[in-house]
Design a protein around this ligand. Sequence first.
Ligand code: MG
Ligand code: FE
Length: 225
Amino acid sequence: MRYPISFSPLLDSLSASKDHSAFSTECDVSCHRPRHKDCEIKATRVLSRPITRQEHIMTDPAEHLLDWLRDAHAMEQQAEQMLRAQSGRLEHYPELKARIDQHLEETLGQQKIVAECIERLGGSTSIVKDLTAKMMAFGQAAGGMTQTDEVVKGANMSYVFENLEIASYTSLIAAAERCGDAQTKAACERILPQEQAMAQWLLEHIPLITTQYLDRSAAGQEAKK
Ligand code: MG
Ligand code: FE
């Protein structure tokens, strides 16, 4: 389990002074693996409560790996929401809808794969971080657009999202290799080609989606979805 982010006067004063000497740099608030129990107890004694995420300075590559896997899991949950919303709205672009549905299935598989990695490393998938929350807002915007040109904007934003996923798994593969975690590396290597294929498909089809949209719009047909 992980502790909720909470603030106390003591924490505020420590944060303000940037004095993190009170915290052990070895402890791990983000994963709570059993071997870090001592550090938690130590930190709890200093602060009379567990240290928070912001106070904690991560130095262990394995800790970063687990953290980034959690980001990836949240990213895939957002991908699912975005793809579902897009597929649910599309009416006049059957090829795009079919590709989105295919990638939705892939995305559900990716969520399972990433969750298994997190659990194997002793982490949990329940925490959403700041950066992830921002990314999720992006995904929500991409999935929930209702402008007159939503199909074009949605395809463009999906392309951006897929590239974020490509970057994330590329980074995770390097991190897993650095940590000697062959299973996580293999898992991410299974996911990466699916993201690359989706990004490539979108890039190749954005011109057609755009001209179809313009043609429908010019002919006075419903074009946006
Ligand atoms: Mg994905
Ligand atoms: Fe994807």
